[in-house]
Design a protein around this ligand. Sequence first.
Ligand code: ADP
Length: 266
Amino acid sequence: LDVNFAPYINFKGESKGVVVVLHDITEIRRLEKMRSDFVANVSHELRTPITSIKGFTETLLDGAMQDEETCRNFLQIISDESERLYRMIRDILDLSKIEQRRIPLQKEQVHVQDVITSAVAIVNDTAQRKNLTITLPGTKPDIWLMTDRDCLQQIILNLLANAVAYTPENGSVTILTEVTHQQLRLQVIDTGIGIPESDLSRIFERFYRVDKARSRDSGGTGLGLAIVKHLVDNLNGQIFVDSVEGRGTTFTILLPGVEKFTERLQ
Ligand code: ADP
């Protein structure tokens, strides 16, 4: 609590008491703490790939370069870690822009299946390498939503990329869409490793990962779901997660703005 006192003097110049102004600064303190925690987290997260890039480069310069295979392995690690560093910086900047709503929403009529198809095209290579099947059994084949196309694309892409990353070989990923109560209901369902119940409430936090090593191996930044959550909020939607460890995970988003849709084609 921030307290300020000032004498209260009336128009005749007589002192009539004091004015006390009370400011509740818990909210300000909380935001300050969040900001400093974020800076600490960011520094820590950025340091990890840099330490690895530095370490492998130094080892190469110290003589490991003589052996071609070692050289190739180390360079591959350096290249992967640089990529991850790049993605992390991009995600941090995206997240801060989204949080401060610095990107104005550009709403237009968006054909949902179009956006899904282009998101699938982006993860297709990775999915094929793991022999994953991606299916889109459209219960309502065509849905048009008044929304921001880029936001919707990023939401779907991040959920899809996670489904692909956290599903072992030969698994499957399903994307379901339907209209309920004038809202789009979109689900990304995977048959992957799942998320332990105790972690479910925290996965939308920045940099929170169930398994740091696995996230790193999959090229994760720990920011994907934080970005998704903020984007869904900006679009006035909701997001839910259901998961069974070892069985799979389902992310469900509800978004307003359904303009029109066609019934299931029989
Ligand atoms: P990351 O870059 O680590 O994937 P995210 O913010 O996208 O970061 O996800 C946070 C964490 O939630 C992941 O590290 C992972 O542990 C868990 N997670 C997200 N999606 C899935 C999924 N489909 N299946 C299992 N775990 C998931």
